[in-house]
Design a binder for this molecule. Structure first.
Ligand code: CAA
Length: 379
């Protein structure tokens, strides 16, 4: 028998996350959207109640949860505000390559202080000329004795302005393609590391996204993850988990939009009846509910494979593109159900629709995620 109900412990995690999100995040979501800022106090509180560093093992001062537990928590957080939740959750992607390829000594040295302090980190892969084609990155790492010298520029880096450390990917030889890429742990205070342009975005306004500039940044050899040329694999492994997390972003957004649309459709009266009773809108609501629930099942399935230590690259990609396409469709329909009011900033659904667009783009565009899933099907 397949049982889709969360365990008692998972229900407790869900309640903690829901209570926190509804008390600390939801009431300020519109304010942060209108006036973007680093949600330092909210991050501090999330850290204090154990809602950060969810899947990082306890021995490295994380919460030691499975990915399915984390997905259940993350849906609640994202239903309140995906931008603020993104800033709380970013360490899972940023530290993913360290967990995938780092030595025990590196994990102890870098993850324990980060996780204990409640500080945040960033994942530095993307460049102006290397977005979908991440293997084509140009940031150079040159070995000089006992250290590497890094030169290049990263863009669209989530949380770049506030990170205490970065997982940076650079190549020792661009002619080797993905096999020339190395992963490095680069502390914020490294001389030569600076923050460039901060992006002014359509949605997810308080999610900090900026350039990271590396000018002759000296990184000790012992900060390299694994062997030379293994970095791309560690980035991809981190993105497998990251894509499940982004599926929960889509899921949280879609659920919030659906709930807002349903409540509105029950109370808004036109032609003497609640508008949700008209078949055109009633069918829309049914489709929205089905899409939200199927997104959750795909997401939980991918997460459960990860928890069983099975390869889940295809399922993570499928959950990501399906849940985030759902978020775009459901938030758009939620605006439609609200009519003219939905297009105004007075109603939450306007923000949700803008926030949803980014989910189809980051952590691999949905075209790239279809490439990943389709490629796996053909192998
Ligand atoms: N796990 C383990 N290994 C993997 C892997 C995975 N998921 N995916 C690929 N690899 C390995 C492959 O097996 C291959 O190894 P071998 O050569 O030994 O067989 C190697 O990595 C190279 O793989 P590919 O040949 O498939 O590489 P590619 O150059 O064709 O690229 C790609 C594949 C899927 C398109 C990849 O470039 C990609 O994912 N692009 C999108 C990048 C992306 O998602 N960026 C997001 C940035 S972060 C962000 O947006 C987050 C944020 O700020 C919130």
């Amino acid at each position: 028998m397949i049982d889709f109900s969360p365990s008692e412990q998972q229900k407790a995690f869900q309640k903690t996350a829901r209570d926190f999100a509804q008390k600390e995040i939801a009431p300020v979501a519109l304010k942060y959207d209108q006036d973007p800022a680093f949600p330092a106090e909210i991050i501090k509180k999330a850290h204090a109640v154990g809602l950060m560093n969810l899947t990082c093992p306890k021995e490295y001062a994380g919460q030691g949860l499975g990915l399915l537990d984390a997905a259940i928590i993350s849906e609640e957080m994202n239903a309140a505000c995906v931008a603020i939740s993104g800033m709380i959750g970013i360490n899972s992607l940023a530290c993913g390559p360290i967990l995938a390829g780092g030595s025990d000594a590196q994990k102890k040295r870098f993850l324990i202080p980060l996780n204990q302090s409640g500080k945040t980190a960033s994942f530095g892969l993307t460049e102006r000329e290397a977005g979908s084609d991440a293997g084509g990155l140009k940031t150079r790492a040159k070995l000089e004795g006992d250290h590497y010298v890094l030169n290049g520029q990263k863009c669209f880096i989530t949380n770049a302005s506030y990170a205490a450390l970065y997982s940076i990917f650079a190549t020792i030889d661009p002619s080797r393609g993905t096999k020339g890429i190395c992963g490095f742990i680069v502390p914020r205070e490294s001389p030569g590391l600076s923050i460039g342009k901060v992006e002014d975005k359509m949605g997810q306004r308080s999610l900090n996204v900026a350039e990271v500039i590396l000018e002759n940044v000296v990184v000790p050899r012992e900060n390299r993850l694994g062997n030379e040329g293994e970095g791309f694999k560690f980035a991809m492994e981190a993105l497998d988990e990251g894509r499940v997390n982004i599926a929960t972003v889509g899921l949280g957004l879609a659920r919030a939009a659906f709930e807002a649309a349903l409540a509105y459709a029950k109370t808004r009266v036109q032609f003497g009846k609640p508008i949700g009773t008209f078949q055109a809108l009633n069918f829309m609501l049914a489709d929205m509910a089905a899409a939200v629930e199927s997104s959750r099942l795909l997401t939980w399935y991918a997460a459960s494979l990860a928890d069983q230590h099975k390869r889940y690259t295809r399922e993570a990609a499928q959950a990501k593109f399906y849940a985030t396409d759902t978020a775009m469709r459901v938030t758009t329909d939620a605006v439609q159900i609200h009519g003219g009011y939905g297009y105004t900033k007075e109603y939450l659904v306007e923000k949700l629709m803008r926030d949803a667009k980014l989910t189809q783009i980051y952590e691999g565009t949905n075209q790239v995620n279809r490439m990943v899933a389709g490629g796996a099907l053909m192998r």
